[in-house]
Design a protein around this ligand. Structure first.
Ligand code: ADP
Ligand code: MG
Length: 338
């Protein structure tokens, strides 16, 4: 699988010159890919002193791996795994505490559309494993019991569950946070221009060849086609879509973005792209807006100054935040990506 295709599957695509990946990297630029956070993480970076570049990129990947060890529910000693078996209170790492606090703020602002207490529901649907399936209504009711914004409270570094059986899942925000941390490490190492993409969660640092980075947003129903392109610098761009992880049964698509009000995948949108100052916030907002749909979603977005969004609703219609047009690349509308 080529780098371009990988980025496309992820929902976002770096629009660079045709064949750039293979044929014409900018002098002094490196591109490295690793499998982390259950996805393909790609870093493209430039350093004024080329000798430091590989070290900087290695430090950024190491930081992502460290965050994954803290927040991956499948690792027995991660904070999230320990929280799942904790009777009630647990002291977590400062990083996990920060992610939970950020997610809680969004859970409250979104009236529970963003919900980190859907761990049992996620396991029930099995969308992360080999055999996803449609659960029975009664099973969904049980999996949702006790969930909601009040089910996890942070007090400093102490996380307190409302009930022992609750299972929390930071999957809607941790990946974005890990990209923010990678960018922080790249900056610390003196990197001036970089793109970090973790399966559709991106940050674009500085500029590329004297211009903002150009990012193509994938059409949710036409693989290989770019819906539009945005030009961004020192910003996060995140897309959540129903085409990333799903199965179909009786002609119905079941995906991994759940409406906590019903316990079923939210049917309001096909994809949501959010631009914001940090990837963690953009990641969580993309999930929340996906669940809320355009009316309530864009109202929520207005509480985040400078954040912009593009929603593609179930009927294929596009809904944009007020400032979205300012970031859209004027000639990027119909470009084919492969
Ligand atoms: P990905 O980039 O992996 O597709 P997203 O950022 O789109 O991830 O978020 C999807 C993940 O968020 C799910 O796999 C699940 O762990 C979690 N999730 C699903 N629904 C919600 C929700 N309503 N609120 C918060 N997290 C959710
Ligand atoms: Mg998200």
């Amino acid at each position: 699988m080529s780098g371009r295709w990988t980025l496309l599957v992820a929902g976002l695509l770096l629009l660079l010159g045709v064949g750039w990946w293979v044929l014409s990297p900018e002098p002094g630029e490196v591109r490295q890919v690793r499998l982390l956070l259950g996805t393909t993480v790609e870093i493209v970076a430039v350093h004024p002193d080329g000798a430091q570049l590989n070290q900087a990129v290695a430090a950024a990947f190491d930081e992502i791996a460290r965050i994954e060890r803290l927040m991956d529910p499948a690792r027995p000693n991660s904070d999230v795994a320990r929280l799942s078996v904790a009777a009630k209170a647990l002291v977590v790492s400062p990083e996990t505490a920060e992610v939970i606090a950020l997610g809680q703020a969004l859970a409250e602002r979104s009236s529970g559309a963003f919900d980190m207490s859907l761990g049992r529901l996620k396991a029930l649907w099995g969308l992360d494993g080999e055999q996803p399936h449609l659960p029975a209504v009664a099973e969904i009711t049980v999996a949702l019991r006790g969930s909601g914004p009040g089910s996890l409270v942070m007090d400093g570094r102490t996380a307190r569950k409302a009930a022992p059986a609750l299972q929390h899942d930071l999957g809607g925000v941790a990946k974005g946070y890990a990209v923010d941390r990678a960018i922080a490490l790249l900056r610390q190492h003196g990197v001036t221009s970089a793109a970090v993409n973790a399966g559709g969660d991106m940050y674009l640092l500085g500029q590329r060849q004297g211009r903002p980075w150009r990012i193509g947003i994938q059409h949710p129903r036409q693989p290989g086609t770019v819906l539009c392109a945005v030009d961004v610098s020192n910003r996060a761009v995140v897309t959540s879509g129903d085409y990333e992880r799903f199965f179909e049964q009786n002609g119905q698509r079941y995906h991994h973005l759940f409406d906590p009000a019903t316990g079923y995948p939210s049917g309001r949108c096909q994809s949501v792209t959010v631009i914001a100052d940090t990837v963690a916030v953009a990641d969580a907002l993309a999930t929340a807006l996906f669940v809320l749909g355009p009316e309530k979603g864009l109202a929520l977005l207005s509480a985040y100054p400078g954040a912009e969004a593009l929603l593609v609703t179930a009927d294929g219609a596009l809904h944009r935040s007020v400032g979205w047009q300012e970031v859209v690349t004027k000639n990027g509308g119909s470009r084919k990506s492969s």
